[in-house]
Design a protein around this ligand. Sequence first.
Ligand code: ADP
Length: 479
Amino acid sequence: MSNSRILFAASEVYPFAKSGGLADVAYSLPRALNEAYNVDVIMPLYQFIDRVQFGIQASGETFNIMMGNKSYPVTLYICKYENITYRFIYTPLLCDREFLYGNPQGGYEDNDIRFALFNYAMLEIVKRDIYEIVHLNDWQTALLPLLLNNEPKIETKSLFTIHNLAYQGVFEKKALARLGIDEKYFHMDCLEFYGQVNFMKAGIAYADKITTVSPTYAKEILTPEFGCGLEGFLQYHSGKLTGIVNGIDTEQFSPSTDKMLVSPYTDLRGKAVNKRAFLKEIKLKDPKRPLVIFIGRFTWQKGLEIFIDALPDMALMECNIVVLGDGEAQYHDALKTLANKHDNIYLKSGYDEALSHRMYAASDFFLMPSLFEPCGLAQMIAMHYGSMPIVHSVGGLTDTVHDYAAFDAKSQKGYGVVFSQPDHHACLDAVKKALLLYSMKTQYNQIVKHNMLCDFSWRESGELYIKEYEKLKEESQRG
Ligand code: ADP
């Protein structure tokens, strides 16, 4: 183990706070890197995090942040959880909220101040404590490279990971003054974005390296179709951009040890026990029918329109369908209407970690018709639990799910049913193919057993992050 210290920052980290895959990555990647480096994870101490349960204690450090012309008090907290040191920033304006970022209808209007405070507090920490590298994740942490740019005495290098370019942290120009950011940064090569302030751009402009969460997404974001208006800016900075596919934590998601399951399993017979129990729990009939599930945020990104258009026809097929998700009301309402109409559709709205695990274990197919998908973890979790993904080939789904027609038992690839047109006709065709495959038991079983044995862990991708860190250390030594 090298004694290099890394500060890994994210606005959500499992099990403390989670709204999606970022929290899973912020939990599992530091664990994968912790043998090679000394990794501390840092996040906001939201008021809903249970301090007693996790043994979170004040570290004794407090300071004030002067931002704009206001002063904000900060208290630092700390805990050790599963061998990782977690550092927490507590300041009331950032942390005393019901939700992480806002409700599904929109973000909090002072999110610029909230997350700028997170970045200023981290700056204070790297001034006091030696970290060779800060590894930053998404727009909520993207100001730090700019703040470091203003501090020539600090030698810390920065790596900025883009998990989802669709969320950039864009605010009105007046944010500049209240965040205490010099007007000199308000130009198109930096923060300025169509007259507004864009946090993501600060990360892209000033980080020493940029990664994103799959090789295909790294290419896609350089195009107008997926670049969310930043394609030109990213092309300019593409020399420091690499795509590294995410892994899953195979302890957190392990069918053989998963405490959230009725009966943990290692084979398809054991999986069938979970399927029967689950169908009984939600009162769906006929365990012999293939079970198709959807778990995800109810947003345009996740292909909700495709899914909702395909559902009436899917419901007429010989299958059961279970949906778990949280998000926009229009999608929720449409799904609710369909679930009320068809007795083979079960809908649970909300966020429910334990239910999601029981669903992965019970399912035969995992539907993911995303319109764009930076990486996606759910399809890998599904394969690991012996379920077959049905995916639109885009972003990380292209890198992690290969079409079953090209199945090769000797490969280390995961297989599913892949469709290439982002519409409900293509989705329905894929579901039909999947159900036909399910009826060919030997072939279906061979593929899902293969998927269960594939390595979706951080082993390979962790090595790629280590390479990036080592390059940063070399740059730092060269001065
Ligand atoms: P994203 O980060 O875009 O939301 P990912 O596929 O990368 O999508 O990660 C989603 C993670 O969140 C997975 O672990 C998935 O199981 C979980 N998840 C998503 N929605 C829910 C929900 N409503 N309840 C429980 N877990 C959920």
